[in-house]
Design a protein around this ligand. Structure first.
Ligand code: SF4
Length: 322
C-alpha cells in the first residue's frame, strides 16, 4: 500500500511546487486548503481557493477546504509569539494550521505532512528556530516534510523511514523566488498568484484598520469584512464609517450592510455609497454626510444624500452644501 501524505496547499507557488514534487515521487497525496477572512485570494471571491482547486484537479488528488476565520480571530487578538512587522501573527498562525492539519491527517490516514515552506524565505516563521518551534508546538516533530528545503534540514521521519527519497528533494533557501520561478517554468506551471504575498495582515494599511477594531474591542467577522475595501474612518469609539472608492466598493458595501447599519448614497449626481456602523447619533449625521459628499461631484444647490437604515427604520434625504 502506498504511503499517504497530506499537503498543506495554499495554492501559492511554493506549496504548488512542493505538492507537485512529492506527487512525482509516487506518494499518495491529499491536499488541505485553509482559508481565513484575511486571505488575499480573490479570483473567485473570498476564500475561493482558486489555485488550490486548480492544481489538485490537474493532479487528480482530493482537496479538503476548511474555513477557519472565526477561530483565527482569537489568534489575531493575542498571539502568544507576537506579531511580525504588521499585525501578522505568523508563528501562532502556523502552529494553529499545523494543529488543524494534524487532526485531519489522522482522519484521512496520512502519515506525514508536506508544506511549501522555504528556509529563510519569511523572516518570522521560516527560520530554523521557528520551523522547529512550530512543529513542536503542533505535536508534529519529524512529521513535516518541506520538500523545497529538505536537504538543508534534518532528515524527517518520512526520509529516515525511506518513504521519500531524500536525494530527490531540494535545497532552496532565502527570500529570492528565482529558483521557484525557474522550477515552475521547467514544470510548465504558469498560472500562480504573485509569489511574494502573505495574507492581508502583512499589509500596513489593512493592519492599521484591524488595530482600530482591536483597540475598540470590535474584532469580529462582520467588522473585518468592512476593512477589505473603501476608505475607513473612525468617528467615535462606537462609530465607524466606510466610504466606497468606486462602483465595486459601493456594491460590496451594500452587500455587507447589516440591518442596523446606516447606508448613505449620493443621489442625482455621481458620488459614493457609504456605510456607518455603530451609534450614529444625530450629532454625527452632519459630519458623516459632509465626509461622503467630499467624494461626490460638486453641484449647485447642494448634493443630495439618501440615508437609509432598516432597524430602527430611517429614511430621509439631506441636502449638503460643500
Ligand atoms: S502571512 Fe498571514 S497567513 Fe501567512 S503565516 Fe503569516 S499570518 Fe499566517
Amino acid at each position: 500500500m502506498k504511503i499517504k501524505a497530506l499537503s498543506l496547499l495554499s495554492g501559492g507557488l511554493d506549496s504548488t511546487l512542493a505538492t507537485k514534487l512529492v506527487y512525482d515521487l509516487g506518494i499518495d497525496l491529499e491536499a488541505i486548503y485553509f482559508y481565513t477572512i484575511f486571505c488575499t485570494c480573490n479570483r473567485g471571491g473570498n476564500g475561493c481557493g482558486f489555485h488550490a482547486r486548480k492544481i489538485t484537479q490537474e493532479l487528480n488528488i482530493p482537496l479538503k477546504i476548511v474555513n477557519t476565520s472565526e477561530e483565527y480571530l482569537t489568534i489575531v487578538e493575542s498571539p502568544r509569539y507576537g506579531y511580525g512587522s504588521n499585525l501578522n501573527p505568523c508563528i501562532d498562525c502556523r502552529i494553529f494550521i499545523f494543529k488543524k492539519a494534524k487532526e485531519y491527517m489522522k482522519e484521512c490516514g496520512a502519515r506525514f505532512i508536506i508544506t511549501g515552506e522555504v528556509l529563510g524565505e519569511r523572516p518570522m516563521s521560516q527560520n530554523l528556530r521557528s520551523l522547529r518551534l512550530i512543529e513542536k508546538e503542533a505535536g508534529l516533530e519529524g512529521l513535516v516534510l518541506r520538500p523545497l528545503s529538505a536537504k538543508l534540514l534534518e532528515p524527517t521521519i518520512p526520509e529516515r523511514e525511506g518513504w521519500v527519497d531524500r536525494e530527490r528533494l531540494l535545497a532552496i533557501q532565502g527570500r529570492s523566488r528565482k529558483p521557484q520561478i525557474e522550477l515552475a517554468q521547467e514544470w510548465g506551471i504558469n498560472d500562480y498568484p504573485c509569489p511574494s504575498g502573505g495574507c492581508l495582515l502583512t499589509d500596513p494599511i489593512f493592519s492599521q484598520r484591524v488595530k482600530d477594531l482591536l483597540v475598540h474591542k470590535e474584532l469580529d467577522l462582520e467588522n473585518v469584512k468592512l476593512l477589505r475595501f473603501g476608505r475607513y474612518f473612525r468617528l467615535s469609539p462606537k462609530l465607524k464609517l466606510v466610504i466606497g472608492r468606486n462602483g465595486e466598493d459601493n456594491q460590496k458595501l451594500l452587500n455587507s450592510a447589516l440591518s442596523t447599519d446606516l447606508i448613505l448614497q449620493v443621489i442625482e449626481t455621481p458620488g459614493p455609497v457609504a456605510l456607518a456602523r455603530g451609534e450614529e447619533t444625530d450629532n454625527f449625521i452632519e459630519e458623516i454626510c459632509h465626509k461622503v459628499v467630499n467624494y461626490a461631484d460638486k453641484v449647485e444647490g447642494g448634493v443630495k444624500v439618501l440615508l437609509k437604515r432598516k432597524e430602527p427604520y430611517r429614511e430621509e434625504i439631506k441636502i449638503i452644501f460643500r
